[in-house]
Design a protein around this ligand. Sequence first.
Ligand code: CTP
Length: 403
Amino acid sequence: MSNLSNKKIILIVTAGIAAYKAAFLVRLLVKERVNVKVLMTENATEFITPLTLSTLSKNPVLIDFVKDKTGEWNNHVDLALWADLILVAPATADTIAKSANGICDNLVQAVYLSAKCPVVFAPAMDLDMYHHQSTKNNIESLKKYGNFIIPAGFGELASGLVGEGRMAEPEQIVAYIDDFFAEKQCLKGKTILITAGATQEPIDPVRYITNHSTGKMGYAFAEYAAHLGADVIMVSGKVNIEAIHPNILVYTTPTAQEMYEVCQANFEKADWIILAAAVADYKMKEVVNQKIKKKEGQTEMTLTLVENIDIAATLGKQKKDTQLFIGFALETNDELANAQKKIVKKKFDVILLNSLKTEGAGFATDTNEITMITSEGEINYFPLQNKKELAKNILIYLSEYKK
Ligand code: CTP
């Protein structure tokens, strides 16, 4: 991430328990070479000290209109004009309500009302407050006025309740605001459905059939697509990776059948579909419902497998001309010919051919190389590189290919 370098950001910290995360947020921003000025409401200083935030941001923290009763004032207009972006994190129900209604009873509100740059709110509050109709209306008003909202996440809340209301994690917030400074938001407005990782087909309650896919390539596509402005629906086998960007909605689907059902339910609304999952071609004819025991004297065992659903082929039959349908192929021989056959068989617009021949390419590595083949016969080679860079280059290429 480098779009944040040398940017000027005002971080407004308001009075919620998530204010403690402001320290992490400032550290991450400073690490990205952002010039951060922190503003706080008076009550926020009960949750985290200005000293912590001024030390981390290397700038004085501003709270009042008048500096320490010296008669010198903090000029809200100059402050607002200085910033490339204003981030309100955590944004309490109170600050959201005031901002939505033009109330100006402290420095924070005066700076907000004077802003000409994008303003991003990261709400944090208790579950019931977040779901209250008045809060919902206020958030809608903020959006209507051109502000941006990083939705609160789901999790344990300070009240002991579990639900929506947790402030997005600092890493997610940084990834989100990084997008404002990305040169291109070429996937803005697009919904992209991505499958990733290996499926697990149960044999009995403790065993399953799977493969070596780690999901790294699919998740790299998801992160970068979200970074370029897309809303991403990630349908993932069980993986050890977490999606960071808040515009990625993750469904975990261990089996091919579950993966298919979520894909099918979201297929209509997807503009692009990227099928990066390594789906088991066969599953148990019947899953054994008790652990299979080792039998004395038995030296061989046969499992009867049946064909699994082919997600790509099933969705390919429903594909509309407006959709871009992208598949992967992993081949060990006759690579190009086999990949081309899959384009026809599964009705892909584009196939991304992985090779296992090159060292550093394929499963479980951080790098990969791809040969891209389109249904029109165009062939493009993306040399061995970091999977994230590769995802970026392919997505930017495809955004030109299918506008
Ligand atoms: N795919 C899928 N559902 C399956 C099998 C594969 O959606 N049951 C998708 C993969 O995600 C990939 C593409 O189809 O985008 C090709 O996958 P691959 O495993 O290479 O092809 P197969 O059809 O399984 O053919 P083979 O195993 O014979 O190479």
